[in-house]
Design a protein. Structure first.
Length: 228
């Protein structure tokens, strides 16, 4: 029976992909990708010549019915994101939801995930954690969110943070939680990978003197629990 495969791809280092993922990407008749040009670099690296079509936030509403029909009548599809596990902070959820509703089989091919890669190396408690994706764009909204999370205060928190908002967000965390321990991971699995596990004030001072660059995962426990 035709199947939608949710295929995890590397978050940086091209070696971080499973044999099964490569096989599935070669065998299916169609791959859906957020950015076809970006994904083609990975596919070319592994000699995968399967046709690729774009499926992203800007066309998901229009294209989802088309691919549900494809799965029902033509063949299986592999869905990949720009990096990591599809369905985490990307449009894969929309197609998965419709396939579940239509009783089309969905199978996940596990692999890299930026938030889990960062969490297990952070020294923060891993028994209970909460992924918050990217924080709100406005400062007042971020502070309200942090205050709400402080009230709950029972899970390690994981955020994706853009370099543009990093210093502001660090200051807001300091305002709400005080000088707690943070783990800040940059450019995971890539050439300039960096792990900074320091107090909030130390990270603020660091980025007052250095412009943030790259993609960040920020992790902390509201009660200040951590590895130091």
């Amino acid at each position: 029976m035709n199947t939608l495969y949710i295929v995890s791809t590397p978050i940086g280092n091209l070696e971080d992909i499973t044999f099964r993922a490569v096989r599935i990407l070669k065998e299916v008749p169609l791959i859906l990708a957020e950015d076809t040009r970006h994904s083609r670099l990975l596919l070319n690296h592994y000699g995968i010549q399967t046709p690729v079509e774009a499926y992203h936030d800007f066309n998901k509403e229009r294209q989802t019915p088309k691919y549900v029909e494809y799965l029902q009548e033509k063949g299986s599809i592999a869905l990949i994101s720009d990096a990591g596990t599809p369905g985490i902070a990307d449009p894969a959820f929309n197609l998965v939801r419709e396939c579940v509703r239509e009783q089309i089989p969905v199978r996940s091919i596990p692999g890299a995930s930026a938030m889990l890669t960062a969490l297990v190396a952070s020294g923060m408690p891993t028994d209970k954690f909460r992924f918050e994706n990217f924080s709100p764009k406005k400062s007042a909204q971020r502070i309200r969110l942090l205050e709400k999370l402080k009230e709950e205060a029972d899970s390690t928190l994981i955020f994706y943070v853009s370099p543009h908002h990093l210093l502001k967000f660090l200051n807001e965390i300091h305002l709400v939680f005080g000088d707690i321990l943070l783990a800040l991971m940059r450019e995971l699995t890539k050439k300039f990978e960096e792990h900074l596990i320091q107090k909030t004030s130390e990270l603020i001072e660091h980025y007052q003197n250095k412009n943030p660059k790259g993609e960040y995962v920020l992790i902390f426990h509201p009660q200040g629990k951590g590895g130091l």
